[in-house]
Design a protein around this ligand. Structure first.
Ligand SMILES: [Ca+2]
Ligand SMILES: [Ca+2]
Length: 276
């Protein structure tokens, strides 16, 4: 009788152990599938912020997973993000975000991602600065397709290490119904303002003009933006020397720029962006 009791006890204990192991495995699987609250996110650069938007497609995005593989340090330190996290509108607050980690030679050399629909399908995409250690920066568009975070389109790399670009913003410059992206390529060197369309996921340069800047080496922020005061979007950025504020528009296939202030202070730029 005692032997039987012992056998039953042992069996129960083994069964309980097995059950516990199964539950543990279940929890681990749950976390790996990014459901529930056991989300595993790797922290990114300290100044990287989470951005949010309303609408379809991506509604939340942030950079994580700090890496020091690229020693450019143009944003104040050589710590950049290696992973992009994003959530689509269809996910609930408790669902874990989708994520995409770049290869070992690439980083998001950026402050924070931007959310806008630039492919024109009505779903928000993510505008990023993606740099390759040997080829420098490119402007890369990410979105969610088939439940996965994917690169949808990008500009060519600048072609040389330690060459960067800084986005200005997105607006429909060529009035085709889809927002385009403006950025300044090499804002510390030639300062080439470029406007690109990514309609239907096809990267196409609309216009380009030298002589602008929107970033100074070491700053962890990008200056300027796009004013939407009437139907035509206006790019407000400092000139290349940071001695004046420029207003640039896209018309007849070219960028037209005029000086709107003889200084390039944050106060003046903010006022111009507010249409004052
Ligand atoms: Ca889109
Ligand atoms: Ca457009």
């Amino acid at each position: 009788m005692r032997q039987l009791q012992m056998t039953v006890f042992l069996f129960t204990a083994l069964a309980a152990q097995h059950l516990f192991a199964a539950q543990s495995a279940g929890e681990a699987t749950t976390a790996a599938n990014h459901t529930g609250n056991n989300c595993r996110y790797i922290a990114g650069p300290a100044d990287a912020e989470t951005v949010t938007a309303s609408g379809a497609g991506v509604t939340v995005a942030w950079y994580g997973n700090s890496t020091e593989i690229y020693g450019h340090g143009v944003l104040g330190d050589a710590i950049e993000a290696h992973t992009l996290y994003a959530k689509p509108q269809s996910m609930s607050a408790s669902d874990c975000a989708l994520q995409l980690t770049l290869d070992e030679q690439s980083v998001f050399e950026d402050v924070s991602p931007r959310i806008a629909d630039v492919t024109g399908d009505g779903r928000n995409d993510i505008i990023t600065i993606e740099s390759h250690v040997d080829k420098g920066a490119s402007l890369a568009i990410y979105g969610i397709r088939d439940g996965q975070l994917q690169k949808l389109s990008s500009t060519p790399y600048i072609g040389q290490s330690n060459r960067w670009l800084a986005p200005v913003g997105s607006a429909d410059f060529n009035a085709d119904g889809t927002d385009d992206v403006a950025f300044v390529q090499t804002p510390h060197l030639a300062g080439i303002l470029q406007i690109w369309s990514f309609a239907d996921g096809v990267a196409q340069q609309l216009a380009s003009k030298a002589g602008f800047s929107n970033h100074r080496i070491g700053e962890n922020f990008i200056t300027g933006g796009i004013a939407q005061c009437d139907e035509r979007p206006v790019i407000i950025v400092p000139d290349r020397t940071w001695r004046s504020t420029m207003a640039a528009t896209f018309s007849n296939g070219t960028i037209q720029a005029t000086e709107v202030a003889e200084v390039a202070s944050q106060e003046v730029i903010d006022r111009k962006l507010a249409c004052q």
